[in-house]
Design a protein around this ligand. Sequence first.
Ligand code: SF4
Length: 136
Amino acid sequence: MSFMSKKVKVIPCSGIGKVHGLLAREMALKIAQEICIEEAETDCLAHIVTGDQEISDRIKDGKCMTIDGCPKMCAAKSVAYIGGNIAEKFRVVDALKEYRGAAPGSATALNEEGWKIVDETSEKLAARVREIYREE
Ligand code: SF4
């Protein structure tokens, strides 16, 4: 019997004004393209909000993890709006609380501290992605 779990969709927000959005996108890419290649994939938030039938069918077909830069939760709200099933809503601001005083870089480039935060947080989120994947 084959095991047919669907990949978890990891959707970051598209924040561009502050480093938070960049951290969210780098975390999503690291999870989907490096750590959990078998269990995760990512999609553009802007494509999701177009309401395009193909993307909304894909989002509804499985579970999602959203990664938002700030408490406005644009990714979580957008995925919920098209009927996506969000198994985990993550906020970069919460991750940063564990790194008090951290200066992770700018809106356009992370520094060494920023990449360390991406690496460590992505590993934690990847463990959650694997749990969600197995729950399917
Ligand atoms: S969640 Fe915050 S940082 Fe991300 S797109 Fe929305 S307003 Fe911008």
